[in-house]
Design a protein around this ligand. Structure first.
Ligand code: PEP
Ligand code: MN
Length: 336
């Protein structure tokens, strides 16, 4: 349920209202926008007396929110959420960022060389997997805690903030100096993990499950936000279809649809969406054009020798060329 307040509502009147709502057992989320001030209510609002609320002097209107996602809903929060990293990098609300790096961290030389190269090409956040969700138990599983140590070293060396995936809550204590926790496609509905990252005060990049609807993605974001962590970045990374020429099918329409439904930043991963380095450049441009808030791209200094996802990894040179085109297209991006 949302309560739209009149423009001239005073702070003390708003405080009185939220106190009254609290006594009714309701948690309220205040969002002050340019056009309106909105009080969003979460919890069981069935017994709320709408007429009583409407009668209050400062209330303009009261609406029930039909969608099951509340805190992630744009109706709760009209303006785009801007996620700010510890070093001041802003994500969303017109602040476009590119995360780039290898699928997995393989060695100190590898991650530092790639970190320097992607930074020089304009990436603002370094990616690299330490805990890898691999389809085969016999495939390289990532360097684990040692990989995280090397990623932190690359952060120190380049000043780039870092993003890496957590597959299990038991790994989270190692993430203290990680800037963004990635929740992978396979864990999008690992509700226990979502609850745990919801308790943290650290940005989370939540990838869409490969067979998940946008509503399911938003409900997973809601799990994180329900724990008090409002810094959620959504990521479209391709979904499973009958097509076999690409690893997944990039759902480009998801970006403007999500933009309408939610205030959270929306990223696109063209690497996992296509599985083919040759398709990363064109799909990155398309994602930028439909209004993505940023990209997360796999880059490797020696793709044929990569321990994971080499076929979809760009060389640093190809990445630099792509970044120039992404920059050129940005002024024309659709924002709805
Ligand atoms: C990754 O980013 O390396 C990854 C495994 O992605 P996804 O969860 O989208 O498959
Ligand atoms: Mn990968």
């Amino acid at each position: 349920m949302i309560i739209l307040l009149k423009k001239d509502a005073r702070e003390d009147q708003i405080a009185n209202l939220t106190e009254q709502l609290k006594e009714m057992g309701l948690e309220s989320h205040l969002s002050v926008g340019d056009a309106h001030t909105v009080v969003g209510l979460v919890g069981d609002t069935k017994s709320v007396d709408v007429d009583m609320l409407k009668a209050l002097e400062i209330v303009e209107s009261v609406q029930r929110v039909q969608e099951p996602f509340k805190q992630a809903n744009r109706r709760f929060h009209e303006e785009d959420t801007i996620v700010e990293l510890a070093n001041g990098v802003k994500i969303g609300g017109g602040h476009f960022q590119t995360m780039a790096g290898p699928c997995s961290i393989e060695s100190e030389e590898q991650i530092i060389e790639i970190a320097k190269a992607v930074k020089a090409a304009g990436a603002t956040i370094l990616r690299g997997g330490a805990f890898k969700p691999r389809t085969s138990p016999y495939a390289f599983q990532g360097l684990g805690a040692e990989g995280l140590r090397l990623l932190l070293k690359a952060k120190e060396e380049t000043g780039l903030p870092i993003i890496t995936e957590a597959m299990d809550a038991s790994q989270l204590p190692l993430f203290e100096n990680v800037d963004i926790i990635q929740i992978g496609a396979r864990n999008m509905q690992n509700f226990e993990l979502l609850k745990q990252v919801g308790k943290m005060r650290k940005p989370v990049l939540l990838k869409r499950g490969m067979s998940s609807t946008l509503q399911e993605l938003l409900m997973s974001a809601e799990y994180i936000m329900a724990g008090g962590n409002e810094d959620v970045i959504l990521c479209e990374r391709g979904i499973r279809t009958f097509e076999t020429y690409t690893r997944n099918t990039l759902d480009l329409a998801a970006i403007p649809v999500l933009r309408r439904l939610t205030h959270l930043p929306i990223f696109v991963d063209p690497s996992h969406a296509t599985g083919d380095a040759k398709l990363v450049h064109p799909t990155s441009l398309a994602a930028t054009a439909v209004g993505a808030d940023g990209l997360i791209v796999e880059v490797h200094n020696n793709p044929p020798k990569a321990l994971c996802d080499g076929a979809q990894s760009l060389t640093p040179n190809a990445f630099a060329t792509m970044m120039k085109d992404v920059e050129a297209i940005r002024p024309f991006a659709y924002r709805g």
